[in-house]
Design a protein around this ligand. Structure first.
Ligand SMILES: [Ca+2]
Ligand SMILES: [Ca+2]
Ligand SMILES: [Ca+2]
Length: 274
């Protein structure tokens, strides 16, 4: 049975998704920023990672406000899933900050390798219905290399607008290399180390796992508690039973715990203008 906090959130979500109007809803002229009257009860028993949010609410928010995941239609190694860390935004606890790290079995571009971790961060305003409550995004491609590009977008004051599909901000992944970008011109082009991004017909649908917080993990084995297994099509044995919070490198790629604690993907504590 769903916990009370989750039930409330889900009913608010259902209303929003159905396009129904709710009390205290003030749509802006462009319909992109609406305020929704839904409060969330906190159930301490549901907070396994000790960050002050019910874990069921974290999970529902990370899914409901997920950007449109634009995997290149011709990507040759798109097998992937995502881990995420959701918590109250460190600069404003009424907002939620989520870091997602998309994990691929392979990077099959130039200088390809087994394992691939590509992170991006978002700010969510849970008082606003999805997708409008996804108010800021930041993506970093090829982090720590000369090819690194940081792109950002959102509906907060002063931010460049995101590309939108049905109101959802778009997060691109470059072909075969999976570099993340929210601005194709600025972060995914020939000039960005021959990256190529393109909109697919549908958003990628990938498994998502809440791995909790560094001091209180919710997952320590992405095979037993995640998606890195044969049932999900994975076959690279060196990636099985990976602990996302360990110091171990994911295949020959990078450090997942480093993504989840990366200050560079901390989006600002802001929201769209009503
Ligand atoms: Ca929690
Ligand atoms: Ca959390
Ligand atoms: Ca990559």
């Amino acid at each position: 049975m769903a916990r009370p906090a989750l039930r409330l959130f889900e009913s608010a979500l259902a209303l929003a998704l159905a396009g129904a109007s709710v009390a205290a809803c003030h749509p802006t002229s462009d319909g992109r920023c609406t305020n929704q009257d839904h409060s969330v009860l906190f159930d301490p028993a549901g907070d396994g990672d000790d960050d002050g949010l019910d874990d069921g609410f974290e999970d529902a928010a990370a899914r409901a406000y997920l950007p449109f995941l634009a995997t290149h239609p011709e990507d040759a190694c798109a097998l992937s899933g995502m881990v995420f860390r959701a918590r109250p935004h460190p600069d404003d606890p009424s907002l939620i900050h989520v870091v997602y790290s998309r994990l691929y079995q392979l990077d099959c571009g130039l200088n390809g390798h087994v394992g691939d971790n590509e992170a991006f961060g978002v700010t969510i305003d849970p008082r606003r219905a999805p997708p409008a409550g996804l108010v800021a995004l930041i993506a970093i491609s090829h982090e720590g290399t000369p090819c690194e590009r940081v792109t950002t977008c959102g509906s907060c004051a002063g931010m460049p607008r995101c590309d939108l599909i049905d109101g959802r901000p778009v997060l691109y992944a470059s072909r075969d290399k999976h570099g993340s970008a929210v601005d194709v011109g600025g972060g995914c082009s020939l000039g960005s180390c021959f990256d190529s991004c393109e909109l697919p017909e549908r958003a990628a649908d990938v498994p998502l796992v809440n791995v909790g917080e560094p001091e209180a993990p919710l997952a320590s084995d992405l095979t037993d508690q995640g998606f890195i297994d044969e049932a999900h099509g994975w076959s690279e044995p060196t990636l099985f039973h990976h602990d996302p919070w360990s110091d171990a490198i994911f295949g020959d790629a990078g450090h997942i715990a480093g993504d989840l604690a990366d200050a560079d993907v901390l989006t600002p504590a802001c929201t769209c203008d009503i």
